[in-house]
Write a protein that binds this ligand. Structure first.
Ligand SMILES: Nc1ncnc2c1ncn2[C@@H]1O[C@H](COP(=O)(O)OP(=O)(O)OP(=O)(O)O)[C@@H](O)[C@H]1O
Ligand SMILES: [Mg+2]
Length: 355
């Protein structure tokens, strides 16, 4: 069965993908990324599959250490020694990125496939002006005169709401505020009109009011330019504002996937329910006392044979410890990796996950 999506309909409005034409921009199948550690091999991303469709935003959420960034880096071919993608397929517009030569992958990164990181410092070198970096970036990817590259840089800065862009081009990154630096980083990502942008916690380092502006900017740009977006965040409030669909990760595994509105309003997986119940910025939980999720992520040596969430799950039964549940359809357009998903007519048990 093909994955359902909500795309053009906007956040929370599910659209049956079988009714939509076209192919996914990105198709990830059984992605497994491991790190060699002193304690042995550690699986940071464990058999994860998902699609990203044209013009949609897929949010990826999960606690710190759940494998969100490693999944993004795996797609970008940026997992370094002692780690590596051990298995799976990563298809971008049908092309298997794992089979691409390093220089072809480098050419793709930054052009058709762009990235925005949490810390804009990673994208910007403090030693060079914004203009120099943007024009160098354009010229590393395509033939262009300095004048043409400068014109493009100015246009993209304007697009992301930077006022007096000609002046900003002459500035060094450290002369700019955090919010402005992130706008510049987004303009860099947009320079060559990417089809897919992977944004890993792009607002986490910013003040709340600036966060909201950057979120609004990304939503607006996505609508106007039509790129697809993978938006990684531990902040469910931000994800619900940006994403159409959401993938919930726990201990390297995909535990739930579905339209963002329905998933956060009525989680199927007890882990998602616990995450929602402890989300301070989510509209649905605002004003309520915030519980934390009891327990912690299992370490490399104490992952259970069955469901990775079983040790913290209020609904766990013997089968949960013994058998790993696959991510499977539970409701139309909704999937969960759970032996006992929280079906809408089931007794309200989400609260049992609260500390
Ligand atoms: N270079 C590395 N060597 C060993 N383990 C690593 C390495 N990079 C990441 N990991 C491990 O992989 C797991 C997933 O990490 P990842 O950075 O993807 O988490 P995350 O979900 O992005 O968390 P956060 O919300 O804190 O950004 C973690 O347990 C982490 O310790
Ligand atoms: Mg991360």
């Amino acid at each position: 069965m093909r994955a359902p999506r909500s795309g053009a309909g906007g956040p929370g409005r599910p659209v049956d993908v079988d009714a939509l034409p076209g192919e996914p921009v990105l198709s990830v199948r059984n992605l497994t990324t491991v790190f060699a550690t002193r304690a042995g091999e550690f699986t940071a991303v464990d058999d994860v599959s998902f699609d990203v469709w044209p013009g949609e935003c897929l949010g990826i959420v999960g606690e710190s250490g759940s494998g969100k960034s490693v999944a993004a880096l795996s797609i970008l071919g940026l997992v370094d020694y002692p780690g590596g993608v051990a298995a799976g397929e990563i298809r971008f517009r049908g092309e298997d990125l794992r089979r691409l030569r390093p220089e072809a992958l480098r050419a793709l990164r930054g052009s058709r496939l762009a990235v925005v990181f949490q810390d804009p410092q990673t994208a910007l070198n403090p030693l060079f002006t914004v203009g120099r970096q943007m024009t160098d970036f354009v010229r590393a990817h395509r033939r262009a005169s300095t004048r043409e590259a400068t014109r493009l840089a100015t246009e993209k800065l304007r697009l992301v709401g930077v006022s007096a862009p000609e002046q900003r081009l002459r500035a060094y990154p450290w002369e700019l505020s955090g919010g402005l630096r992130q706008r510049v980083a987004i303009a860099m990502a947009l320079l060559l009109d990417p089809e897919l942008i992977i944004a890993d916690e792009p607002t986490t380092a910013l003040d709340v009011s600036i966060q909201a502006q950057i979120v609004e900017l990304l939503v607006d740009l996505k609508q106007r330019l039509g790129f697809s977006l993978i938006f990684i965040s531990h902040d469910l409030g931000v994800v619900s504002a940006v994403a159409d669909r959401v993938l919930v990760m726990y201990a390297g595994r995909a535990v739930e996937r579905g339209p963002v509105g329905e998933t956060f309003a009525h989680p199927l997986h007890p882990y998602t329910a616990a995450l929602v119940a402890s989300a301070p910025t989510l509209e649905s939980v605002r004003g309520r006392p915030l519980p934390t999720i009891p327990g912690s992520l299992p370490g490399p040596s104490d992952r259970p044979a069955g469901c990775v969430f079983a040790p913290r799950c209020p609904r766990a039964q013997p089968i949960c410890w013994a058998e790993q549940p696959p991510l499977a359809p539970v409701l139309p357009g909704r999937e969960a990796a759970c032996h006992f998903p929280l079906l809408p007519d089931a007794p309200a048990t989400t609260g049992t996950a609260r500390g």
